[in-house]
Design a protein around this ligand. Structure first.
Ligand code: DON
Length: 603
């Protein structure tokens, strides 16, 4: 029996336990206890159309997931929970993300709105195309480490916008867990220990970084040792009490300018004052019976996931995934190459360059696949010519293969009212610029490396770009971050996913979606299943050979042989991206964290 509730959702409450119904949680508890919810999917005319009876969160760190769940269980909604979890991650997982970095956030509110909040860092007002060129040659060391590598940190501004738009608990309450973790200290995780050791030479160059991440005898903090961040705790306290203006209009911005100036940086207090997060128009694509919602430029993720889904749609993905895996991976690889060739050429900050809308035209997707052959790998893919495009200079030389690095973090939360959040946060590569602003505990990002710093110079992920993604004052570097939501036919959220892993984010998110939507996998299986990655240049099909061994999803030697016979240059890889996701089945949420990292999920 399906219980259909028309009119005010609180009506049902009045019928059953009027007095207890002062909060939605009380309603849920009573309704669940009375069996109402187990009889089917209630549909409401106002507010939430479909109800879930639980809430969930997934992040790469148990303390962050716990923080999200604590907020959800103490009257907060999914937006509050995501902010709190992201702040905790900045303390316990600071090599990946933090308030010195930025984020892209997709929110589906219980009122059925979609908000795409662009909290991407911007280049300072005195940034320019030649800023990383020395003696006529671009020097990626300058865009990857040190004072020039940082864009204006933007995570706090984005969180403020999230909170203003749809948060519920007081702003200051969302800082409590992060502040406590920073003040009391946390045991350094394996990846904290590994990345401090790996970046020790650069980190030691900056006294405030050295003071936090090294013992007084100069040895680095190792896995399992206590990492205490008193300055960061005090910064979080100031943000909690004084709000985002303390960061963008006040003492933080000034300390940052003063310090960066003293070590050759260019960001100023004025750059902070000018920073604004932007509300973007999300990308909406029909895929089978679903609507997939992605993040638009300055991310490339939404466009390319949409493009690839359109190219894939004519094929029986679910069947091939289970019984013709070579055909499945061959097809995936071919659509990835076409999408990433377009990425390198056409994508950049749409406030500065025209990103052709024709990239999202289903006819264009069909045309791009006109030369697809099921019998051989294509060897001469170039970018396409979508409607609305005009020529621009391409950085044409071959990039170095991207290093096998994993940084950044994707988290997701959903509540029982129908608010869902997909949030990807990053300082870019591990420990960002390595520069900590003295007295603040804030490590600045190295997001400037996501620009195409000069023709032919690959970034840390081996990506090349065109003029579309060249440095300009106030511009946002192109991102691969792909917070994504999927709605069902009645516009209700059914799935959300995203990932960390540079360009691998786009392909990993796509594969999680396909496993659930076409393959019928549980979200945990979908996140865990092995993946492949191709980014056009270098011409290399990466595959995970150690993941999923012995499961039905293993990329077996027989599958690999067949892909090699089709002409794909295969290369075994470690973990390709770290994904978190939430799926709703009927009225129950299931949250999943990626077993490739040491996260946790609860629902
Ligand atoms: O925005 C981007 O695309 C990158 N800054 C993300 C970096 C990342 O995922 C690092 N992980 N490997």
């Amino acid at each position: 029996m399906v219980l259909v509730l028309e009119g005010n959702p609180w009506d049902v409450v009045d019928l059953r336990a009027k007095k207890a119904m002062t909060t939605r949680r009380a309603f849920l508890q009573t309704a669940a206890a009375s069996g109402v919810l187990s009889t089917g999917i209630p549909r409401f005319a106002h507010g939430w159309d479909k109800l879930t009876i639980n809430h969930g969160a997934a992040t790469v760190h148990p303390l962050a997931t716990r923080s999200a769940m604590r907020i959800l269980q103490s009257g907060g909604n999914a937006i509050d929970a995501a902010i709190s979890a992201a702040l905790v991650l900045g303390v316990v997982d600071g090599h990946n993300s933090g308030i010195g970095g930025g984020c892209l956030v997709l929110i589906r509110t219980a009122k059925d709105q979609i908000l795409a909040i662009d909290g991407r860092e911007t280049a300072g007002q005195s940034a320019h195309e030649q800023m990383f060129v020395r003696d006529g040659k671009a020097d990626p060391k300058l865009s990857q480490n040190g004072p020039l590598a940082a864009g204006v940190p933007s995570q706090i501004a984005a969180m403020k916008q999230m909170h203003t738009a749809a948060g519920r608990l007081p702003w200051k309450d969302l800082f409590a867990d992060a502040k406590k973790a920073a003040f009391d200290g946390v045991l350094a995780s394996k990846s904290i220990g590994r990345t401090i050791a790996a970046e020790a030479d650069e980190l030691r160059k900056y006294p405030a970084s050295k003071e936090i991440y090294f013992h007084p005898d100069g040895s680095p903090i190792r896995e399992g040792e206590l990492l205490v961040q008193k300055d960061l705790a005090s910064t979080l306290g100031n943000l909690a009490e004084q709000g985002a203006d303390w960061f963008y209009q006040g003492p933080f911005a000034q300390s940052c300018e003063n310090y960066l100036k003293s070590i050759g940086g260019i960001l100023t207090a004025e750059d902070f004052r000018l920073y604004q997060p932007k509300l973007r128009t999300p990308i909406r694509t029909k895929y089978r019976s679903y609507e997939v919602i992605g993040f638009p430029p300055p991310s490339s993720g939404g466009i390319h996931i949409a493009q690839m889904l359109m190219m894939l749609e004519p094929y029986p993905i679910g069947v091939w995934m289970r019984s013709r895996e070579d055909a499945y991976y061959h097809l995936l690889c071919e659509v990835m190459k076409r999408a990433f060739a377009d990425r390198a050429h056409w994508l950049g900050d749409s406030d500065f360059v025209d990103v052709p809308a024709g990239l999202l035209d289903p006819q264009y997707a069909q045309d791009r696949m006109a030369d697809f052959s099921s019998a051989r790998a294509s060897s001469n893919i170039d970018h396409g010519w979508p409607n609305g495009s005009s020529e621009r200079e391409l950085n044409s030389s071959e990039p170095a293969p991207g290093e096998d690095r994993k940084h950044t973090t994707h988290l997701t939360t959903a509540d029982d009212e129908g608010n869902w959040v997909a949030m990807t946060c990053t300082v870019n590569t591990s420990w960002g610029s390595k520069v900590t602003v003295p007295g603040t505990g804030v490590m600045l990002n190295n997001q400037m490396d996501d620009f195409s710093i000069s023709p032919g110079t690959p970034n840390a992920f081996g990506l090349i770009g065109s003029q579309s993604n060249a440095v300009a004052p106030g511009k946002r570097p192109l991102s691969s971050m792909s917070p994504t939501m999927v709605l069902d036919q009645s516009r209700q959220p059914i799935l959300t996913a995203g990932a960390a892993g540079g360009p691998r984010i786009i392909n990993a998110t796509l594969q999680v979606l396909l496993r659930v939507l076409d393959g019928g996998c549980s979200v945990a299986e979908a996140v865990a299943a092995p993946r492949v990655h191709h980014q056009w240049r270098p011409d290399q099909l990466l595959f995970e050979d150690q993941i999923g061994v012995g499961t039905p999803w293993e990329i077996t030697p027989a599958i690999r042989d067949r892909l090699t016979a089709l002409g794909h240059p295969l290369k075994a890889s470690g973990a390709l991206a770290i994904s978190q996701a939430i799926h709703r089945q009927s009225n129950r949420l299931e949250a999943a964290h990626d077993p490739r990292a040491h996260g946790s999920s609860e629902a």
